[in-house]
Design a protein around this ligand. Structure first.
Ligand SMILES: [Zn+2]
Ligand SMILES: [Zn+2]
Length: 250
């Protein structure tokens, strides 16, 4: 059984009961963490022992997608059964950016417990039972969308993204498409190449033939249910509203 646990569904900043971007994909004893946004670490600790993570993939270097790596580092460094290491795959520049705010020997420790690997669109990663293909999302900075195969299921995660054909390829025939739905259609117009509306997420899920759509990254001061309703006007599949600490079985 493949399970996705939402550890953070909020877009850009945390809200009441909602941490920033983070999703745990689990298959048996194997766990892949997609993003590690602010506030998500507490939810991660309730879902899994952080030492049991196979790896972390960071979609891009906006703070709402990586800030809790700092907490994860300490959870691994001072783990009750001895210090642990978890590999992190992230866009180029992650190591220097993330360690630039760490003083003293904290940067060395951070790199030791969370070794950083540069990841780029077009690459394929094999991590335990997870087979991952990376795509280029459409965002103001380099952003990776992930297509994850595991145990006969396929999950796509857009990261933050405006509309782009790449996302349709990334989400082609998936069991679950976790898609940026930051903006409510009623608030239009929006800048191009940043985020999607629930309506656009629905259009993309339909174009890709996705079995299920999870709308997420909605601003905490907006209603995620409205993003789902917008998606449902153009998409016949099952629409889930990402909710923190909820588990979704595939
Ligand atoms: Zn974001
Ligand atoms: Zn972003």
């Amino acid at each position: 059984m493949v399970k996705v646990t939402v550890l953070g569904s909020a877009g850009s900043h945390p809200g009441n009961g909602r941490a920033c971007s983070s999703y745990l994909v689990s298959a048996g004893d194997h766990h892949l963490l997609l993003d590690c946004g602010n506030g998500s670490m507490a939810n991660l600790l309730d879902a899994v022992d952080p030492a049991d993570l196979d790896a972390v993939i960071i979609s891009h270097l906006h703070p709402d997608h990586f800030v809790d790596l700092y907490g994860l580092h300490y959870a691994l460094r001072f783990h009750p059964s001895g210090s642990k290491t978890v590999d992190v795959h992230a866009p180029d520049g992650a190591r220097s950016l993330l360690t630039s705010v760490l003083l003293g020997d904290a940067g060395d420790s951070f790199n030791r417990h969370l070794p950083m690997h540069v990841a780029a669109a077009g690459e394929r990663l094999e991590i335990g039972p997870f087979d991952i293909e990376l795509y280029a999302a459409n965002h103001p900075i380099e952003t990776l969308a992930s297509r994850v195969w595991v145990d006969g299921r396929i999950i796509a995660f857009s990261g933050d993204s405006g509309t782009t054909e790449e996302l349709i390829e990334c989400a082609r025939d998936v069991d679950l498409f976790i898609c940026d739905s930051t903006w409510l259609s009623r608030d239009a117009p929006f800048p191009k190449g940043v985020h999607m509306t629930g309506t656009e997420a629905g259009q993309y899920a339909a174009a890709a033939g996705a079995e299920r759509l999870m709308v997420t990254h909605v601003f905490p001061q907006r209603e995620p249910e409205q993003a789902a309703a917008d998606a449902e006007t153009v998409y016949d599949g099952l629409v889930w509203v990402a909710a923190d600490r909820e588990e979704y079985e595939l």
